[in-house]
Design a protein around this ligand. Structure first.
Ligand SMILES: Cc1ncc(COP(=O)(O)O)c(C=O)c1O
Length: 374
């Protein structure tokens, strides 16, 4: 079709044409921050479950025959792990965000969202019917201004943030956001995609302290399971009524085949491992790598280090030269990041050797000096 070829040609002309590339070289790209995707305990659990005859497909939606013991067990375990009354498991984090933002807020409501929020939240907002208002990234004054702007007209008010931002690695001021939410009677939805398994007591996420202090009142969290947790899926944690409401009203939940039971079983196994000394050791190694990366490359000190190079061409060229040296690092370009901020998104892992990180930094530094001189 002409439309497709024209779009592809235009993407090529802009240097924004993307291709699928297999993993190659030392991993500085994946979200497997704790090396859980290849964990031996997860492999053993998978083999045991397969040999025990677990069904491969769920064969139906959760409300029909697709609800299995593995889903039920994971949701009970996850609710306990994240300190929530209940949890609901989705096939992916994207689907969970779509479900959250198309079902919870309706046309009488408003959602105020951080300007750097993930595409899955934006898709949910676009498909949903609530008024959606953006606030400047991590800017509490602008958040309060936007709350004042919409509060009187909105029956229910939601604030959507990430705890660790996926492309910038910086952290949201959650206690202050929660305080604003309390003052203006809003519910905060925190996407913990890049925090679950890593931060908070034994990897319970950045919301853990808030949950300890006040439970899930005015709070909903999303824990994606394909990043530090190493498997796939998304767990929404909340008070009972919220989860019940989603089971009854969230179309991406209702009208979709349940995730594979094996997937649910492996997520639970991963959470169990993350709660052990092994999990602690993995977090410890990751934090050491993060500290070394901050010293070498700057950045926010989390496992996501943005190296902003400006133009798309520059980001692609620097990525290519580092790939040639054996590093799997990828250029991230608009629309994944704002215009003019094409970058390398350096993603750290507990499994990365410090010597590899140091070699990477030594190769990258001259490019940064070039960038400053330009
Ligand atoms: C902040 C954030 N939320 C949600 C998602 C979607 O999660 P999933 O990959 O499980 O669909 C991602 C994935 O990149 C993400 O970074």
């Amino acid at each position: 079709m002409r439309k497709f070829t024209e779009t592809l040609e235009s993407l090529k002309a802009q240097g924004r044409y993307r291709i699928l590339a297999l993993p190659d070289g030392a991993d500085l790209t994946s979200n497997d921050y704790l090396g859980m995707a290849a964990h031996p305990a997860l492999r053993c659990a998978a083999i045991e479950a397969l040999e025990g005859g677990i069904d491969l497909g769920a064969a139906g939606s959760r409300l029909l025959r697709g609800h299995t013991q593995a889903h039920e067990s994971l949701e009970a375990y996850a609710a306990d792990y994240f300190g929530a009354e209940r949890a609901l498991y989705f096939s992916s984090g994207f689907q969970a965000n779509l479900a959250l933002f198309t079902s919870l807020a309706d046309r009488h409501d408003a959602v105020i969202y951080d300007s750097l929020i993930h595409a899955s939240v934006r898709e949910g907002l676009q498909a949903g019917r609530a008024r959606a208002v953006k606030f400047a990234h991590n800017d509490l004054n602008d958040l309060e201004d936007k709350i004042k702007l919409v509060r009187d007209q909105a029956q229910n008010l939601f604030i959507a943030v990430e705890s660790v931002y996926s492309m910038d690695g910086d952290v949201a001021p959650l206690p202050e956001i929660m305080a604003l939410a309390r003052r203006y009677d809003a519910v905060v939805i925190v996407d913990e995609a890049h925090a679950s398994g890593i931060y908070g007591e034994r990897g319970r996420g950045f919301c853990w302290d808030i949950v300890q202090a006040q439970g899930y009142e005015n709070l909903i969290t999303l824990h994606t399971c394909g990043k530090a947790i190493g498997v796939a899926g998304g767990l929404v944690c909340a008070e009972v009524e919220v989860i019940d409401y989603m089971i009854n009203c969230a179309r991406p939940f209702i009208y979709s085949t349940a995730p594979m039971p094996l997937q649910a079983l492996l997520v639970q196994k991963s959470l169990e491992v993350l709660d052990t000394e092994d999990g602690q050791a993995r977090r410890g190694r990751l934090f050491e790598i993060c500290a070394r990366a901050k010293a070498l490359l700057g950045g926010p000190g989390t496992q996501v280090v943005p190296v902003i190079l400006g133009t798309d061409e520059r980001a692609v060229a620097v990525a290519k030269s580092l790939q040639a040296e054996g590093f799997d690092v990828r250029a991230i370009r608009p629309p994944s990041v704002p215009e003019g901020t094409a970058r390398l998104r350096v993603s750290l892992s507990s499994e990365l050797a410090v010597s590899e990180l140091e070699r990477f930094a030594a190769l990258l530094t001259p490019h940064l000096a070039e960038e400053r001189a330009a």
